[in-house]
Design a protein around this ligand. Structure first.
Ligand SMILES: [Zn+2]
Length: 487
């Protein structure tokens, strides 16, 4: 008899209700019943983020894989792919181990494409991950456009407001008690400031104030508060590195009646900290190819000994002078693999299309159907109103109302037409593979890139050429950019 099990994981999303493990379990159990399978065990991971937790940090999935490898599981039902893992690297790792242990894998959610196995399996899974990421970015971009629009118009565009304010339903307002703390910070800064003291000394003196002792803000927080122009009603919102200043002064958000104190504090702050800037801590770049790159001359693995030279890091051969800059070379190789993937997708066009449509068309198609039904109903309504207007002469006094109603309905209709058009575009992009063509290096996270590298057996790096050896065939490419790096 086959042992069927269910795995569920609650994500840490806002949409908790929809993704709760109970909902997942119910859908998976229905799926099992539909297929006349008996469920033997329920593996419940509870609340673990697949994005930040490595497999080892998720005890339940580890146990599940252990049990599978002991031959105790023959069939696994999961709600969706992203319950197993959020990135390709982890996902492929889990799938490979389960398939090696002869476990059948099923996804129970309605529009989730089935697991792709066979020669096209892994690359389709990688494409799905990349496109899902791209889809997420498209959503993000649309949200960003809305936020920029709001910021340009001087409306609150979201995010957490500066200290002293609270946001609700798209606007911000002053929190009186906190505004008092802000006032004390400004007054104390001016009182404790002198040209001879450095910023640490000034802040130390400021913190003698009982109220400031209580909130115990660090230096950065205090500097940020003093330089925040919203306290004098100037709303500046930074989006993607661009500052958008509201065209008018927000008098309702001022905590001072005039600008004098704010200006004075900032004048003094500029004297004490002339080149104040908020340093963003960037994550160091993680090399991708350390285990996969070989010297074409010596057949040695280029090792991870990085040479710091003109602030560039290199992969270097231990036996000869062969070396390549890490960041550029990683990009070159990933781009080459992506092209390889796209070529493979083109040669399996029908299969891939089916999977992509399954994954991405289901929702827009459903939405489009709804919109079209709504449109039809509106058109009928409009006709009816027109008829009333032309025949019902006794209703002369209500003509104005009817006209207004007609106008509203007409606007609604226009907006539906517009939405239908955008959906149509989205659907066309998917069916014409346009998203696939636009898929680039940047669409993948570090972990997803590691997943892509699973397709690659070796990169052989010769004097002027690079060979990429995939798990199935060999390809030759130009070794771009290397000449510029050698001395
Ligand atoms: Zn070498």
């Amino acid at each position: 008899m086959k042992n069927t099990v269910i795995y569920a994981r609650q994500s840490l999303d806002k949409d908790k209700q929809k993704n709760s493990t109970n909902v997942q379990k119910t859908v998976c159990v229905e799926y099992a019943h539909h297929n006349d399978w008996i469920v033997h065990k329920f593996y419940n991971e509870g609340e673990k983020s697949a994005r930040i937790n490595s497999i080892e940090e998720r005890p339940v999935i580890s146990k599940l894989m252990y049990d599978a490898e002991q031959g105790e599981i023959s069939r696994l039902i999961v709600y969706k792919r992203d319950r197993l893992a959020r990135n390709v690297q982890q996902y492929l790792q889990i799938i490979r181990r389960l398939l090696d242990a002869k476990v059948e894998i099923h996804f129970a959610a309605d529009n989730e494409p089935p697991l792709q196995t066979g020669p096209t399996g892994e690359f389709v899974e990688i494409l799905l991950a990349g496109l899902a990421q791209q889809e997420g970015e498209n959503i993000h971009r649309r949200q960003m456009q809305t936020r920029v629009y709001l910021a340009k118009n001087g409306d609150w565009c979201g995010g957490s407001p500066p200290y002293g304010y609270t946001s609700s339903e798209g606007t911000i307002k002053i929190v009186r008690e906190k505004a008092e703390v802000v006032k004390i910070i400004f007054q104390e800064f001016i009182a404790c400031w002198s040209e001879e003291k450095n910023i640490t000394e000034i802040i130390k003196a400021m913190k003698e104030h009982p109220e400031l002792k209580e909130v115990n803000f660090g230096k950065e927080r205090i500097l940020k508060i003093i330089s925040q122009p919203l306290y004098k009603g100037v709303l500046i919102q930074r989006l993607q590195g661009v500052d958008y200043q509201a065209p008018n002064i927000k008098t309702e958000l001022r905590i001072w009646d005039d600008d004098e104190i704010w200006n004075e504090a900032n004048r003094r702050l500029k004297i004490t900290c002339p080149d104040m800037e908020w340093l963003e801590v960037k994550e160091p770049y993680q090399a991708l190819l350390e285990q996969k790159i070989k010297c074409g001359m010596c057949q040695q693995k280029l090792n991870d000994m990085k040479i710091l030279k003109r602030q560039k890091v290199y992969y270097k051969c231990p036996d000869c002078t062969n070396r390549v800059p890490i960041v550029e070379f990683d990009q070159l190789v990933i781009d080459a693999i992506l092209n390889h993937l796209k070529k493979m997708a083109q040669s399996h066009v029908e299969e891939v299309k089916k999977v992509l449509q399954n994954r991405f068309l289901h929702l827009p198609s459903k939405k489009k159907k709804q919109l079209e039904d709504g449109k039809l109903k509106l058109e009928q309504d409009l006709k009816k109103k027109m008829k009333q207007l032309t025949t019902d002469s006794s209703a002369i006094h209500s003509i104005q109302n009817l006209v207004r109603e007609y106008k509203d309905k007409f606007a609604e209709h226009e907006s539906l037409l517009n939405q239908c058009y955008h959906l149509e575009q989205a659907i066309q992009n998917i069916t014409h593979f346009e998203n696939l063509d636009k898929l680039t290096f940047e669409h993948f996270s570090y972990d997803d890139k590691l997943g892509i590298l699973n397709l690659l057996e070796w990169v052989v790096c010769g004097e002027s050429t690079v060979y990429l050896r995939y798990n199935d065939k060999k390809e030759k490419g130009d070794k771009d950019g290397r000449e510029n790096e050698s001395t």
